[in-house]
Design a protein. Sequence first.
Length: 164
Amino acid sequence: MERILEKVLYSSRWIVAPIYIGLSLVLLALAIKFFQEIFHIVPIIFTMKEADLVLVTLSLIDIALVAGLIVMVMFSSYENFVSRIDLDDSVEKLSWLGKLDASSLKNKVAASIVAISSIHLLRVFMSAQSTDNDKIMWYMLLHMTFVVSAFAMGYLDKISRSAH
């Protein structure tokens, strides 16, 4: 009975595989949104104010960072929790593939969230004249919460690794 239960539990890891396929669909949606933004600015690029172009560029960078985060989470989580990704020798393999454990992945996700939050905060500062001071304060507080959390997670990970 125990052996059957363990096989069922171990096999249940495949339940999360469709979630990673769903993340690849989100990645597709982000790519569509990215190029939609590009197509919006191309016709008006010569009449755009520099500040507006910088804001659009920050939005595009934001999308690129989120997309990279999705790829990292999708591949690393699949390899850590479902199955190893076996690629032919002829296929170029990502250098970090198979090297990120769950703890490293958490730290990279936290760092990515801080980077994304930084870009969002920069966008808020670029349009500070049209944003309430209270909102700016809350954005800053939220960003600092992300920074402190990422730092604390990294520090705790360092402590736990040095204890081993």
